[in-house]
Design a binder for this molecule. Structure first.
Ligand code: CMC
Length: 430
């Protein structure tokens, strides 16, 4: 170990912190022994400077706008691979060869149906429930249906659970949609690709065959690929923290879905589209931007800004491209919302408020417009993000569980409450 940082505390104690280097990215300094040796903690509530784990899966360079899955640039994966190849890569570390791909696709498609009893679970929800609430409940309930893959210490069980989650999420998400509109559930079709099958379950009806449009299926597949993993974001960290207690994978993924729901995370694509619809017209963009810049207004430009990307989000570039392709295919090039989004993007990219804060469009700025054009209602956007991110969550969970040095996650705190005091009798309390 040649990199060592020395930390000197005000009481004169010093401690040497060993440095660690990854393949790419900043070095880290190991503070694990700090409390034991000095009795102090580090303080980093939003994990602004804290690496919570080592990981071989995803690398982001936010300043350069780079995103790699297992070393491969997202632009190349989006161009050359389908989503199931990306799933294989995230789970196994390497891209599949032809035979491995056939085998993997076969296994996923053989897990796409859900237990028939699970279908009845939906009837307990109000039809006007938010689909994310339904998704959260149903994924949590998977632990009650698939007991035979819950032993987290058994690698075979972990593998089967991963297949079940990746294969069944499209079915469960589509069922949440069908339930909300009162249409019958559609069974999966194993002759279709992953993305085409999802669209069939979303938009098909028993009375009529769903006609697959390859341009739209490709767009759906790309949405899945671009959302498949994103390093140690809030929902992934939640999955890891839940998993560190030994909880089963279905419970952990449900916890990740709960975190993803927030508007600062996966809920942003829904919020971005709602924002565009509220602005309504290009003529109102100036006033909206003024509002966003006024700190007292509480307004934010949804779909802009990112904790890690301080440059154009590479996923946003790809999604922008897909957006134009889809709207072209559907003859919606003059779409009002797209025109509004482009005007907003142009102004924001030139405005000093956004430029100086390095606020660029993120993936959600365009993914909402694409999904809307595909016929997906706004309330389903975050469910689709959850579907796509499931492979990332389960890959990160598996990586953590497979590490023999895994420890339960247990942050500490700086206590700022009352000092020790005695409980007064109730008649003496004010
Ligand atoms: N609109 C207006 N101002 C913004 C925005 C925005 N979207 N994002 C950040 N700022 C300002 C913020 O007010 C602050 O200004 P100041 O320095 O004057 O106080 C400055 O930029 C730095 O922002 P921050 O809140 O410290 O940045 P953060 O890293 O904590 O937050 C974020 C990142 C994504 C939560 C935030 O940019 C945001 O809320 N964006 C809108 C929601 C969104 O699109 N989220 C999707 C993220 S991508 C999908 C995913 O990975 O889940």
């Amino acid at each position: 170990m040649d990199k060592i940082a020395t930390l000197k505390l005000p009481d004169g104690k010093t401690i040497e912190l060993p440095g660690m280097s990854g393949t790419l990215g900043p070095d880290v300094y190991d503070v694990r022994s700090l409390y034991g040796k000095t009795g102090v903690f580090t303080y980093d509530p939003g994990f602004m400077s804290t690496a919570a784990c080592t990981s071989d899966i995803t690398y982001i360079d936010g300043d350069a706008g780079i995103l790699l899955y297992r070393g491969y640039p997202i632009e190349q994966l989006a161009e050359k691979c389908d989503y199931l190849e990306v799933c294989y890569l995230l789970l196994n570390g390497e891209l599949p060869n032809k035979a491995q791909k056939v085998d993997f696709d076969f296994t996923v498609t053989r897990h796409t149906m859900v237990h028939e009893q699970l279908s009845r679970f939906y009837q307990g929800f109000r039809r006007d429930s938010h689909p994310m609430a339904v998704l959260l409940g149903v994924v949590g309930a998977m632990a009650a249906f698939y007991h035979d893959s819950l032993d987290i210490n058994n690698p075979e069980h972990r593998k089967v659970s991963a297949f079940r989650l990746i294969a069944k999420l499209p079915t469960i998400v589509a069922m949440s949609y069908k339930y909300s509109i009162g249409q019958p559930f559609m069974y999966p079709r194993n002759d279709l690709s992953y993305a085409a099958n999802f669209m069939h379950m979303m938009f098909g009806v028993p009375a009529e065959d769903y006609k697959v449009n390859p341009v739209l299926v490709r767009a759906m597949d790309r949405i899945f690929t671009l959302h498949a993993d994103h390093e140690q974001n809030a929902s992934t960290s939640t999955v890891r923290l839940s998993g560190s207690s030994g909880a089963n994978p279905f419970a952990c993924i449900a916890a990740g879905i709960a975190t993803l729901w927030g508007p600062a995370h996966g809920g942003a694509n829904e919020a971005a589209l709602n924002m565009l619809e509220e602005i309504g017209d290009v003529s109102k963009v100036g006033a909206f931007i003024k509002d966003v810049k006024d700190k007292n207004s509480g307004a934010k430009l949804m779909g802009f800004g990112h904790r890690v990307y301080k440059n154009y989000d590479p996923r946003a570039k790809l999604m922008r491209e897909t957006c134009h392709e889809v709207l072209g295919e559907l003859g919606l090039k003059n779409d009002k919302i797209l025109a509004l989004a482009m005007a907003l993007e142009k102004i924001a990219l030139e405005d000093d408020y956004f430029v100086s804060r390095k606020l660029y469009p993120n993936v959600d700025f365009y993914s909402g417009i694409v999904q809307r054009a595909l016929g997906i209602p706004v309330s389903m956007f975050t469910c689709i993000f959850a579907l796509a991110r499931t492979v990332g969550w389960i890959s990160q969970w598996t990586e953590m569980i497979s590490d023999p040095g895994m420890k339960i996650g247990r942050p500490r705190q700086l206590y700022t409450g009352a000092g020790r005091r005695d409980v007064p009798a109730i008649i003496n309390r004010s």
